[in-house]
Design a protein around this ligand. Structure first.
Ligand code: ZN
Length: 503
């Protein structure tokens, strides 16, 4: 009897737990099943603009040969002047219909008036400057050769970012030569110092704002299409909808100096080490929200079942998602504000005590955090340790997160879908782009360069053997051309292959 009663008492909670578990599984399964594509991305018409892509490839090679290296130890400043003159020379039909303005030491702004002066314009961005070559000996073709071989254009800037600049102007030149006018005004902003300061783009944003330009959308580099996304293991065009903020904090400890043979209890270097320990022991919390969440939700339909279940049930499985996504440094960077100690300074001699020891921590601030909040967090981390914290150099809050449910996103996503025929998803951008200055011009800022690469292939950007295939250049031209002739969604059709209406 007691045994049986005992079993009943034991069975009942088990049965309840079992029923609850079953209900939970049903809820999770239903949520997983119900999670469809968050939006329909219509494939816009992508006009066949790359009539002579071999010629376009040779032009990109010429642009690469103009060594527009940015920064203080950059190349010949005349190279920027040469590039600007080269553009005028190579794209005459476009220059006949667009007005050209040179700003702040070399940033270019072109205005190509549209048919409807009342329609909100679009802003297409690329940059003229490139980073210096690394390890020139290791390149298959010299970094500034612009060589065309194996169906590819080789050299620094082939992707970052002369590929975009040339593709935009190839599309515009072809349209202008046909006598076509874009339905809405198109501005082109070609920064000259993206890789270093971004002052040119800031000047361009101010210039546009002074003219009252309120753009339907701004498109810059920042993200690409990858052929092997870690979540779906397949191709996906990632349209950047947010960008991290930036700050560098100098942590300084001060102490009595003197000879290293008779050190006091607390030296400046030791105090600095304690402070760094305290700061790094309190990382910023990882969050599953914003652009990262939007990306995962858009990818879910193409993801393996386990990932789909986790994404659909983030309310329950958030810790699992955070640990899976945060397993790599790149993944973790999408989830929170990162801290990277980069520089150190102490005494200049091995046997001299430092009176001042400093460390510089470079922070990339996730949307949702602010420069002010980040400083508060660091101050709380060091508490009453005898160090000072100060912001050095430029500090900026993260971008706003652009919407994915409006006409502007549909234009960009639709063009990507039309050209690549692969899934399109919004994504966070963890690096900085010139578009960060454009918040005053548009609320819809997208960071997407229409080039398809395996994730591992992106290391050539700023690395060795940067190149772009001629086939990829052709797709870029079609993508930018599609945006220029887009009527704003009204004429979009997934099946349409007819020529765009142009006058
Ligand atoms: Zn770039």
């Amino acid at each position: 009897m007691t045994g049986s009663a005992g079993r009943r008492r034991w069975i009942r909670p088990t049965a309840i737990a079992g029923a609850a578990l079953a209900a939970l599984v049903v809820v999770m399964a239903v949520r997983t099943a119900l999670m469809g594509r968050p939006q329909v991305v219509t494939a816009l018409m992508a006009p066949q603009l790359a009539s002579d892509v071999q010629l376009a490839a040779r032009r990109l090679g010429e642009a690469i040969r103009l060594r527009t290296i940015g920064g203080p130890d950059g190349g010949d400043p005349m190279s920027f002047e040469a590039l600007r003159e080269w553009l005028i020379d190579r794209y005459p039909a476009f220059h006949a219909v667009a007005t050209r303005t040179v700003l702040d030491g070399g940033t270019l702004v072109y205005e190509w008036p549209g048919r409807d002066a009342a329609a909100s314009p679009i802003v297409l961005m690329a940059h003229q400057d490139v980073v210096p070559e690394v390890d020139a000996e290791a390149w298959t073709h010299p970094p500034f050769s612009g060589a065309i071989a194996d169906g590819r254009i080789w050299g620094r800037g082939a992707i970052d970012n002369k590929g975009s600049l040339v593709a935009m102007l190839e599309a515009a030149e072809t349209l202008a030569a046909l006598g076509a006018r874009p339905p809405r005004t198109v501005y082109f902003v070609f920064g000259h110092d993206e890789e270093t300061r971004g002052a040119g783009a800031a000047a361009a944003a101010a210039w546009l704002e002074r003219r009252g330009v309120r753009a339907l959308l701004v498109l810059d580099e920042g993200s690409i299409a990858v052929s092997d996304h870690p979540v779906t293991r397949g191709p996906v065009a990632l349209v950047g909808i947010s960008e991290k903020g930036y700050a560098t904090v100098r942590v300084t400890a001060r102490a009595e100096g003197g000879h290293a043979s008779a050190p006091p209890a607390g030296t400046a270097v030791a105090q600095l080490a304690h402070a760094l320990d305290a700061i790094l022991a309190r990382p910023f919390p990882k969050r599953y929200d914003g652009a990262t969440r939007a990306m995962l939700e858009a990818l879910a339909p193409d993801a393996p079942l386990a990932a789909r279940v986790a994404i659909a049930n983030a309310w329950l499985l958030r810790p699992l998602l955070l640990s899976q996504l945060g397993a790599t440094p790149q993944g973790a960077a999408m989830l929170h504000t990162t801290m990277a100690p980069t520089m150190l300074a102490g005494s200049s001699r091995e046997n001299v005590l430092a009176t001042e020891a400093s460390a510089w921590i470079n922070l990339r601030i996730a949307p949702g955090d602010t420069v002010e909040g980040v400083m508060r967090h660091l101050q709380e981390s060091v508490q009453d340790l005898p160090v000072t914290l100060e912001l050095v150099g430029e500090a900026r809050d993260p971008s706003v997160i652009s919407r994915v449910d409006d006409a502007a996103y549909r234009m960009v996503a639709g063009a990507a879908r039309a050209v690549f025929g692969i899934p399109v998803a919004p994504a966070p951008v963890i690096a900085a782009t010139d578009s960060r200055s454009m918040g005053r011009v548009s609320a819809s800022i997208y960071r997407f360069q229409p080039v398809l690469l395996p994730v591992a292939g992106t290391s050539m950007i700023h690395g060795i053997d940067e190149h772009l295939s001629i086939e990829a250049l052709e797709k870029m031209i079609r993508f930018y051309g599609a945006l220029m002739v887009d009527e704003g969604g009204a004429t979009a059709s997934s099946a349409s292959t007819s020529a765009p209406t142009m006058r």
